[in-house]
Each structure stands twice: as C-alpha cells, then as structure tokens.
Design a protein around this ligand. Structure first.
Ligand SMILES: C[S@@+](CC[C@H](N)C(=O)[O-])C[C@H]1O[C@@H](n2cnc3c(N)ncnc32)[C@H](O)[C@@H]1O
Length: 268
C-alpha cells in the first residue's frame, strides 16, 4: 500500500514536533527521562500510521511507548493521532529499525512490537524480514533477559517461518495462535490488521521471550516463503499481504511444468 505524499509535510511535522525525537542516538540510555514516572518502555518498529501505538499507549498510561518508522508521511499521521489524544507517554522516531542498537542501550527496552512487517517472500530477500534470525539476535542488544517480542501478522507463511527463527535467536515462544481475533475479540488492532481482518484474514500472533542463545542451531530452515504455503495454491481462502505476485508466478510455473510433463508423456 503506497502512501500519497502529504501536502505541507514540513509545517505539519512542526506542529507535532513535541511527539518526535529527532536525535534518537543522543537519547540512548536516557529514554525514560521523557516520562520519568514510567514503569516500562515498549518499542514498536514499523508503526505505520500509528493507530496501534496510540491506542496501546492510551490504554497503558504508565508505560512509555517509542515507535520507530522510516517513512515520514506515515509517522506524521501517527503523531497527529497522538496529539489529538493529548498523550504524554508516546514518542516517535523517523529512522531505520536496523539501527536500534545505536538508539537504545542494553536492556533499555522491556517489550518490542513487530506488527504486520513486510514479508519479503523470496529466499534471497529473507534477511530483510524483521523476524529473520539475525534481526531477532540484534534486538537482544536492547532487550533484557526476560524481555519480550510481540509479533502479529496476517501472513501464515511468514509466521511459520518466524516460528523457526525465534528459538534459533534465543527466544522461547508462548501465546502462539493462528486466530487471534477468535481468541480475543477485543484486541487493539493496527491499521493493516483492521484492513486484513475485513478481507477475511486470520491473524497470527506469538510472544518471544529472551532466554539463553541455543548451543546448537541445527539445519537452517527453508528461507523462501513459498515453501510454507499449502500445496493447493489455486483455492487459497486468503492471499497474505505481499504474497500475491509470488503466488501467481508459482501457479503459472506449475501449470507450465504440468504442460511440459504432459507433452513429454504424449511423445512417449
Ligand atoms: C506493512 S506496514 C505495517 C504498518 C503497521 N505496523 C500496521 O500494522 O498497520 C510496514 C511498515 O513498516 C515500516 N518499515 C519497514 N521496514 C522498516 C525499517 N527497517 N525501519 C522502520 N520502519 C520500517 C514501513 O515503512 C511500513 O510503514
């Protein structure tokens, strides 16, 4: 979903400047001074238009929320929502989540939210997934032992792949579900989640808790997300976000293979 460029981006950003940390690197180790009476710090990466961040922050006034998002047009909308609710416990950073270790000190973040991240379905792009083993290991630098990652996605192949990655990066899994909304109809939804739920998606969710790194890793799981799809691609009830093109290509590839096989069989 591409976002249209916002008109008057700069003056609008100025009007919500109190919600933005422009120098997150200087804040490293000192985030809690933003709200000295906070009991914990929760971080969301890729917050998009911020509905989840703002509603979750409103529901937990004792927690400081930091949301990192790389697209300025998105974060503007998120900050305008926070301002409309007069929140004092949420702060936004416009930057790349790959640099979290430079923004937060060891153990500074109690909980990390990853909601509906981009799936990067092909094998060669697997390392870009925010739940790839290397990314999960990098979050250990800012979470304490016992710190948590809360992960939600509509994308079952991405979810199943991610379940293979958490233990490899030293997290124990809990609260694993393939139908979050059936389990709890009152969850706070993200912007994408609300859209996907309307389209009939079942929402997957799990919690990963930081523990010791495993001594042995075993064989690397399959990296391409096609591997995690069911055999019958033509009758999928729901096409996960970011997978339409690869599924279409795979259907065409299989048809072409079947045609070739039939031709060879006919030729004897
Ligand atoms: C599919 S959208 C989901 C937005 C939101 N979490 C939701 O559920 O509505 C993914 C978001 O993550 C952001 N994003 C992707 N990679 C990022 C990165 N490395 N650092 C910060 N933001 C990132 C994108 O700009 C986009 O807004």
């Amino acid at each position: 979903m591409r976002m249209r460029k916002k008109k008057n981006l700069l003056p609008r950003l100025e009007r919500v400047a109190e919600f933005q940390e422009k120098d997150p690197y200087a804040r490293r180790g000192d985030w809690r001074s933003w709200k000295p009476d906070c009991t914990a710090l929760y971080l969301e990466i890729g917050c998009g238009k911020g509905t989840f961040t703002v509603e979750t922050a409103a529901a937990h006034p004792d927690v400081l929320f930091v949301a990192v998002e790389k697209v300025a047009d998105c974060i503007l909308l998120a900050m305008e929502k926070a301002q409309a609710k007069h929140l004092t416990n949420v702060v936004f950073v416009c930057d790349d989540a790959a640099r979290l270790g430079e923004m937060f000190a060891p153990g500074e973040v109690n909980r990390l939210y990853i909601n509906f991240c981009d799936p990067w379905p092909s094998k060669r792009h697997a390392k870009r997934r925010l739940t790839y083993e290397d990314f999960l290991k990098s979050y250990r630098a800012i979470l304490p032992m016992g710190g948590e990652i809360h992960f939600k996605t509509d994308n079952r192949p991405l979810f199943d792949f991610s379940l293979t990655q958490f233990p490899r990066a030293g997290y124990t899994l809990s609260e694993v579900t393939n139908d979050l909304h059936a389990d709890d109809p009152n969850v706070i939804m993200t912007d994408y989640e609300a859209r996907f739920a309307k389209e009939g998606a079942r929402i997957n969710r799990c919690v990963g808790t930081v523990t010791e790194l495993p001594e042995q890793l075993g064989e690397e799981p399959e990296l391409g997300l096609l591997h995690y799809l069911p055999e019958d691609l033509e009758h999928l009830e729901y096409t996960p976000y970011g997978m339409a093109d690869v599924i279409e290509q795979e259907i065409l590839r299989r048809k072409s293979e079947a045609r070739k096989a039939a031709k060879q069989a006919a030729q004897g």
